[in-house]
Design a protein around this ligand. Sequence first.
Ligand code: SAM
Ligand code: SF4
Length: 326
Amino acid sequence: MKRLIDPFGRSIDYLRLSVTDRCDLRCDYCMPRGFRDFEEPGDWLDFGEIERVIAAFGRLGTRRVRLTGGEPLVRRDLPKLAARLARLPGIEDLSLSTNATRLSRHARELRAAGISRINVSLDSLRPERFKQITQGRLDKVLSGLMAAKDAGFAPIKINMVVMAGVNDDEVVDMARFCIEHDFTLRFIETMPVGNTGRQASARYLDLAEVRSRLERHFELLPGVMPGGGPARYVRVAGTRLRIGFITPISQHFCETCNRVRLSVDGDIYLCLGQNDKVGLRPLLRAGASDEQLEQAIVGAIARKPQRHEFTEKPEQLLRFMSMTGG
Ligand code: SAM
Ligand code: SF4
């Protein structure tokens, strides 16, 4: 079986696929309020092009694909794309990251299409605060989450970006909410991606602090969670809750990085924290063969950098998180 191995010996078997850079929310650490400078629809990879690229990754050993964005459910007919990707040889796990605003409408269809796991961003359980952070409505997100639960998604993971003085007083409430609904909870440190991320980084909080706050309310036991991602997990004694800590800043996990990202316009981004990218769209539109496509992917992986430099060069990333899907 073929495998993609980068210059540092890491096996790259996971792809994050951004199906759109647009979003119906404006989380203030992610996208600027009035932002409109989106990719042109003519530059978006169409479903046939995406399928060709994912098939090539599958032949090269990619086993897991996550649909992300922007907000993936803003892309029309996303369940149809999901069904096409879920059928590709080699792709064993197709998952989705969403803000859940449109999930009530689409949860069942997505499940039937072959999406196995769902991650939902949720930074606050207080409607006013939620609106302040995202410009959106909490009730829509909560009904989307319940629809996902009814549709049988398990586990459902809640991703909470923790910001000092913004929502850090809700970490215990969020844990209780996840215990009540049998969700997994992950806390994320704010990253300086784009000027929005850099401004939000002023409210950066080391998750070690979150952990010690949780310890005042719960007994935390060592835990693991299948999935191969960067979160370090604990279990909460006496409950089914698992809590993951994603700490790109305080404890970077680049040595176990297993992923690259594909943007909606067909660029492979080799690291979330670096600018280097390899464009596949020109090849696709010039009639490249499957073999040429595979060669381009292998060539891209050979350029994967060793690590991000969020701490050393926080100013270096001009793009927003919504372009590469986190
Ligand atoms: N719209 C979907 C969502 O919100 O889940 C998928 C895309 S979103 C860019 C993916 C993840 O990136 C979300 O969990 C979001 O909280 C996270 N994110 C965005 N900007 C971030 C930042 N500056 N620092 C840390 N996480 C960020
Ligand atoms: Fe949209 Fe997700 Fe970015 Fe929030 S984090 S603005 S929901 S893409």
